[in-house]
Ligand binder design. Structure first.
Ligand SMILES: Cc1cc2nc3c(=O)[nH]c(=O)nc-3n(C[C@H](O)[C@H](O)[C@H](O)COP(=O)(O)OP(=O)(O)OC[C@H]3O[C@@H](n4cnc5c(N)ncnc54)[C@H](O)[C@@H]3O)c2cc1C
Ligand code: SF4
Length: 478
């Protein structure tokens, strides 16, 4: 249900639909590759009001609201922004989202809210994500945001993993009056918001301000604690926790096992590369503090958003030639178009239907080239994507001094292996009910990438919120 019903608004929809469209303002590509600062120039209040006034207020339920995984009341927020009620708009986003200033920046909006805007028929969709960022940032800067707290229930919940799923679960549970402690293997909280998504997409100060909200609400954080190694889920119950939420993500880099030479100096896994390339060394575990050595000719292997992030990070680290090698065509690429367009603007090149088969060392023992083979598309696989098939005798070499493997992610099986009777599947994904987050063990709940496999910030956030509602009900009836 929309907070402001569309039918109550006396507006000229046709005139609104015909208003001029101006896309997001971005920093000049030549300048932005010189630093890791935000690429998007954020809205001023005036620009935000003009943009929000392009919304034609579709009847409830508006397609943007349905397409948003957390069902933000976008049309009502647009009206509040248009009429200058920025804080009320922010409050509306906070009702349905635990991370609105983050999702507004990193959601693939072209496939979600913005992609379903009816104004797409004329290529002029309302820029919903940027407006969400504007409203929530504006409120924080001018009034601050405080997570509303309920009187204490005396119940204690342990959350494992401080990524979007665990954080959103925590944000909801403290609002029910429960005491929350987050156990995290890394030194600081954030999950892939800190140790994955680069600063030029999600500035770290945005995350720092968000985390301050959690600290003010009393959420406790215990870093450098690897559940499954330092302690187990049974230990947490023995310590007196009443329920446990597992939000450990799916962060083990996929390997390229059939291609020799991946152990050569100059070959990196995407996570290691992005973390060491983007994160302040003070926030890194000791094993990752050694600086990256990035050459002038970089190849990135893979077709997802991680590949785009690696291309764009390499350019910012001083590489001259940065090329993405992908074994299918652009049409089959899983990564978002928006990120790919930005990477191209910044100078990244793409080479399709190309499969690396061998990493070759030079006289100095370091990576000197990648041997590849040309591919062609064959029959569709189980997911309907056409399978790449090698073209016989088509091998060729791509000279390079750095190669980054961005091939996808697997779950870490350690939690499943150290928790008797916790059901897992497919190499360690946790079996949990998608609607409630309930696992095979009473009192243990889970959500986010460790349940679905690699997905999105917004979907992990929704899973954390759903599990929090179930945990609250479980604790009240226990
Ligand atoms: C490079 C990259 C770029 C991305 N860009 C985008 C984007 O632009 N937009 C978007 O929507 N999504 C993006 N994603 C995906 C998104 O980041 C994830 O879907 C999301 O972070 C999943 O949230 P999560 O809480 O399930 O897991 P995570 O964010 O992975 O958090 C899990 C946390 O658990 C901790 N942990 C793991 N095991 C243990 C353990 N045993 N004990 C204690 N702690 C543990 C980890 O250290 C981590 O902090 C990107 C992913 C990557 C890798
Ligand atoms: S959460 Fe994501 S999909 Fe939903 S309105 Fe915000 S940007 Fe769009």
């Amino acid at each position: 249900m929309q907070f402001i019903p569309s039918e109550t608004l006396e507006i000229d929809r046709k005139a609104r639909a015909n208003k001029s469209f101006f896309d997001l303002d971005l920093r000049d590509p030549d300048l932005r590759i010189c630093d890791f600062e935000n690429v998007v120039i954020e809205f001023s209040p005036e620009r935000a009001m003009v943009e929000a006034a392009r919304c034609i207020h579709c009847p409830d339920p508006a397609p943007c609201m349905l397409a948003c995984p957390t069902h933000n009341d976008i049309p009502s927020a647009m009206w509040l922004i248009e009429t200058g009620n920025f804080s009320e708009a922010a409050n509306l986003y906070h009702q349905t989202s635990s991370l609105p200033e983050i999702c507004g920046r990193v959601c693939p909006q072209e496939a979600l809210c913005q992609g379903s805007c009816v104004l797409n028929k004329q290529n002029t969709p309302v820029l919903c994500g940027a407006l969400e960022v504007f409203a929530v940032d504006h409120k924080r800067r001018h009034q601050g945001h405080f997570i509303p707290l309920a009187p204490s229930t005396g119940k204690r919940i342990a959350i494992i993993g401080a990524g979007p799923a665990g954080l959103s679960c925590a944000e909801q549970l403290v609002q029910h009056g429960h005491e929350v402690t987050i156990f995290e293997s890394k030194p600081t909280p954030g999950g892939l918001l800190v140790y994955g998504i680069p600063n030029f997409k999600l500035p770290k100060n945005v995350w720092a301000e968000k985390w301050a909200e959690f600290e003010r609400s009393g959420v406790k954080f215990v870093g450098d604690t690897y559940i499954g190694k330092n302690k187990t889920i049974n230990d947490l119950f023995a310590e007196g926790f009443d329920a446990v939420f597992i939000g450990v993500g799916s962060e083990i880099d996929a390997k390229m096992e059939d291609a020799p030479g991946t152990d050569l100096p100059g070959v990196y896994e995407a996570t290691d590369f992005l973390i060491r390339g983007n994160v302040d060394p003070n926030l890194l575990p000791p094993s990752m503090k050694q600086p990256l050595e990035v050459g002038k000719r970089v190849v990135v292997i893979g077709g997802g958003d991680t590949a785009s992030d690696c291309l764009r990070t390499s350019l910012r680290l001083g590489a001259d030639e940065v090329t993405c090698l992908y074994r299918r065509t652009e049409k089959e690429m899983p990564g978002g178009k928006k990120d790919r367009a930005l990477a191209r603007e910044e100078g990244a090149k793409y080479r399709f239907l190309t499969q690396p088969v061998r990493f070759m060392g030079g006289d100095d023992g370091k990576l000197a080239a990648v041997e590849c083979i040309e591919m062609q598309l064959g029959e569709p696989d189980a997911r309907g994507r056409r399978k790449p098939v090698p073209v016989a005798d088509s091998n060729f070499q791509v000279p390079c001094d750095t190669a980054i493997l961005a091939l996808g992610y697997w779950p870490d099986p350690i939690i499943g292996k150290t928790t008797p009777d916790l059901e897992t599947h497919d190499w360690g994904l946790i079996t949990a009910d998608k609607k409630t987050g309930a696992t095979s063990l009473p009192g243990v709940f889970s959500g986010g990438d460790c349940v679905t496999g690699p997905d999105l910030v917004v979907t992990a956030m929704v899973a954390g919120r759903k599990a929090a509602a179930t945990i609250d009900e479980y604790l009240r009836t226990k």
